[in-house]
Structures are given as structure tokens and as C-alpha cells.
Design a protein around this ligand. Structure first.
Ligand code: AMP
Ligand code: GLY
Length: 427
């Protein structure tokens, strides 16, 4: 079968790599892809904001299965448009329709959903232009730290956490009244701060059954010891040992099952990945966000840990047959280290030659790279990720860090402490 993965990040490179290994795969395409995806798949030009462009490549390449990597096309209703078109009656699709994608597309929608189905989460109130003065008063009543979230998609930048009430008030003003995030911030959630360690859980669901994928922890801050600005993700590890059998049981019972039941009850069809951003508060899981896709760079750490034929899993999901499908994991641990451009997540140079982009002994997944007249060059903030595999987390981390050291391009930076907080906890 012919498969198309939409997107251009490390997540999409990892998915194409995994799909390529399946005996069910004929041609594997990534659109638009990057300088690394062309090693495992065929890159296709596409304008991800144009339905016409996406439909053209689906038809021209006789695609049987479409996997939508990022959230924007899902939130914008790509799947609805394809389902409504007779040309795509037979197309299998991994990714929810617009309504299901609201779990990520609107933080107000997802918070109401969590509250309605009694899924443990941080308490929150929503404010808009009219209730802005009440928002200021509410901040005065709260204890720091203050958590503010723009309602809509904001490219990972829509969450502000601060100890300073004046800064929180300024942020509320900037988002609501000065349109810092455009329409995404016309409403803002002010949320209770939860103290604990984060962990990401992922499922594949056909709306009826689900299968749990390996869990991961990602490292969002640019600096070591989790200091500095938030990024798209500087690394990830899997498994996460504190997410033990008892913790997982709580996640299944209190978070995943009520979510699937809630979707059914609301008659919201859902086919695809669902990502639960959790905080472990003294052994109790709380959800802080849903994403309607896989995480980046978590995907680069979790997919190598899936033993089951990934394409078969995707097909069974799209066909609604997950109930008959088992998922097996590999026993080893994975540590993913992201190499970024100097200056990221602020301004950085692109077009820098990548002299060494494929170190030995690890998996390499490209993100911000492209081939320019035969030369591999940087093309983004997060350039590439290396994933070390090992019999335990310590071994996986050592391999990942050694490989990140070998990667060569001017201005390379990576965090050399990925996963160390957990190995110190004895993992
Ligand atoms: P997000 O962009 O939604 O992934 O949020 C960015 C980061 O903010 C998360 O990874 C958490 O570290 C943090 N965060 C979000 N919500 C809360 C909360 N209610 N309490 C504590 N930390 C939070
Ligand atoms: N790594 C976090 C995300 O993909 O949202």
C-alpha cells in the first residue's frame, strides 16, 4: 500500500522510517518532508494550508493511507474535507475530524470536556475581552505561580507561567487586548499550578478501542537543568520509570477510558493518535493538555520501542479493527537528543552546511534540514535528533549524547542533561 505522511519534522521522519519497515508498505511519501526524510521516503512538495495541494498529491500518488503529523490541518478540518469528497471514499486516514481536533484546538473546549467527564485536571477559569477586569481581580486572589493559557493554537507559545502577578496581568492584557496570538488568544484560561513531574502518554484509537503506545518524558526548556526559554522540545526519553504499573493503571482508569467514553457520549468520532500531557502529582496523574497528534521529539523516542508492525497498527486503527490488534513493545530504553541552531528558540541562521548529520550507533531523525543543490544544510531551529537505544536508560543516554557530540555544523547546541534527572532517581 502507498502511504503519505504529512509534515516536515523529526516526528514525521520517525513515522516514515517506522512505516518503511513494514512488509505492507509499497511506496512511502512525506510531504513536504526535510533533508532526512528523503532517505526513507519520497519527499513531495505540498502547501499544507491548501486543500487543493494536499488532494492533488493524494490522487497523483495513489495514496491508500494518510497520516497527518501536525495539528493545524486537523484543527482546520482537513479530514472532514476528505471524508466529504467522493474521490477519497477509500482513503484510510489517521487523524481526527475538526470536532475531535478541538481537544487540542481549544483549551476551553478541552477543559470543559475534562470537567464534564471528571477527568483529573488543574482547575481553570476562562476570561475574554468583556470579563478582562474580572481576570485581573482573579489573579489578585490567587497565589503564585500563575498559569495563563491562550485558548487556541499558538505554536507551543501560548502558555505563560510566572511568579510575578504584574507580569501575569500584563500577559493577560497582551493576549486578550493586544492580540499577541491573534484570534488564538481572544480567550484565556487562568489555571491552577500543579506541582509534579511531567510525563506524556500516547494512544492510538479508532474511537471504540485504544492501544497504549510507550510513554515518554520530554525536555522543553532550552537550557540545562530546565532553565531558560521554552522550545518545541530539546529531547525525550522512554520509558519513564515512575510511570510504573500502578501509575499506568490510574492513567487508564481515570484519564484514558473516561476520555474515550466522553468522546463516544458526545458523538465525536475520533480516529488517530491522542496525546495526554500529564503531571504526576505525588503519584496521582493529572492531565494538563490533550494533543491530537504525536509529540515531537517524543515520537523519535517511542516509535523505536514499538515491536508490532506499525503500519499494520495504523491500518487496523483506520479500519476500526483495533479491538483485534495487540501491541508489543521492545525491551530497550530510548533517549533522544535534539541538536538545534545557535540562537534557537529566538533568532538563528539557516542554510548552514551540516558536515556530519548521521552519527554512528544511533537513529537519526531530521527536522530543520534540507538538501540545497546537493548539500545538506540547516533549515530550522531544531535541526535533527539522535536516538540512542540501550538496555537501560543510562546506556541509551550515553549513546545519544555521544552521537550529538559527533553531529557537526556551525552553531550546533544540544542539552547534555537529557534524562539525567530520572537516572539520578535510579532508573
Ligand atoms: P503546553 O504548551 O500546554 O505544553 O504547556 C507548556 C508547559 O507549561 C508544560 O509542559 C508544563 O511544564 C507547563 N504547564 C502547563 N500547565 C501547567 C499547570 N497547570 N501547572 C504546572 N505547569 C503547567
Ligand atoms: N513535545 C511536545 C509536543 O509535541 O507538543
Amino acid at each position: 500500500m502507498n502511504v503519505l505522511v504529512l509534515g516536515s519534522g523529526g516526528r514525521e521522519h520517525a513515522m516514515a522510517w517506522k512505516i518503511r519497515q513494514s512488509p505492507l508498505a509499497d511506496q512511502v511519501f512525506v510531504a513536504p518532508g526535510n533533508g532526512g526524510t528523503s532517505e526513507v521516503a519520497i519527499n513531495l512538495n505540498v502547501d499544507l494550508t491548501s486543500l487543493f495541494s494536499i488532494k492533488s498529491i493524494l490522487l497523483n500518488n495513489e495514496i491508500d493511507l494518510l497520516v497527518v503529523g501536525p495539528e493545524d490541518p486537523l484543527v482546520n478540518g482537513l479530514v472532514n474535507d476528505l471524508i466529504a469528497d467522493d474521490d477519497f471514499k477509500k482513503l484510510k486516514i489517521i487523524g481526527p475530524e475538526r470536532l475531535g481536533a478541538q481537544l487540542e484546538g481549544s483549551k476551553e473546549f478541552s477543559k470543559r470536556f475534562m470537567e464534564k467527564y471528571k477527568i483529573p485536571t488543574a482547575g481553570a477559569k476562562v476570561f475574554d475581552e468583556v470579563s478582562f477586569p474580572d481576570g485581573l481581580k482573579y489573579l489578585d486572589e490567587l497565589e503564585p505561580p500563575y498559569v495563563l493559557k491562550a485558548d487556541g493554537l499558538a505554536g507551543g507559545k501560548g502558555v505563560i507561567i510566572t511568579e510575578d502577578v504584574e507580569e501575569a496581568k500584563d500577559a493577560l492584557d497582551e493576549i486578550i487586548n493586544q492580540n499577541k496570538f491573534g484570534d488564538s488568544g481572544s480567550k484565556v484560561l487562568i489555571e491552577e499550578f500543579l506541582t509534579g513531574i511531567e510525563v506524556s502518554f500516547f494512544i492510538l484509537t479508532d474511537g471504540k478501542s485504544y492501544r497504549l503506545l510507550p510513554e515518554a518524558k520530554d525536555y522543553k526548556r532550552i537550557g540545562e537543568n530546565d532553565e531558560g526559554l521554552n522550545t518545541g522540545g530539546m529531547g525525550a526519553i522512554s520509558p519513564v520509570k515512575f510511570a510504573d504499573r500502578i501509575f499506568k493503571e490510574k492513567v487508564h482508569e481515570r484519564i484514558i477510558k473516561p476520555t474515550i467514553a466522553g468522546l463516544k457520549k458526545e458523538k465525536i468520532p475520533y480516529t488517530g493518535f491522542l496525546f495526554f500531557g500529564l503531571i504526576n502529582v505525588s503519584g496521582e496523574p493529572y492531565i494538563i493538555e490533550y494533543n491530537v497528534r504525536l509529540g515531537d521529539p517524543e515520537t523519535q523516542a517511542i516509535l523505536p520501542r514499538i515491536k508490532t508492525d506499525f503500519l499494520e497498527l495504523l491500518v487496523n486503527t483506520a479500519e476500526g479493527n483495533l479491538i483485534d490488534t495487540d501491541i508489543e513493545y521492545e525491551r530497550y530504553s530510548a533517549a533522544t537528543v535534539v541538536c538545534v541552531s545557535e540562537g534557537y528558540p529566538e533568532t538563528y541562521e539557516t542554510g548552514v552546511e551540516i558536515v556530519e548529520g548521521k552519527p554512528n550507533g544511533v537513529l537519526t531523525f531530521h527536522a530543520g534540514s534540507k538538501v540545497d543543490e546537493g548539500t545538506l544544510v540547516t533549515n530550522g531551529g531544531r535541526v535533527l535528533a539522535v536516538t540512542g537505544l540501550g538496555k537501560n536508560l543510562g546506556e541509551a543516554i550515553s549513546k545519544g549524547i555521544r552521537a550529538a557530540e559527533q553531529v557537526r555544523y556551525k552553531g550546533k547546541y544540544f542539552r547534555s542533561d537529557i534524562g539525567l534527572d530520572l537516572t539520578e532517581l535510579g532508573q
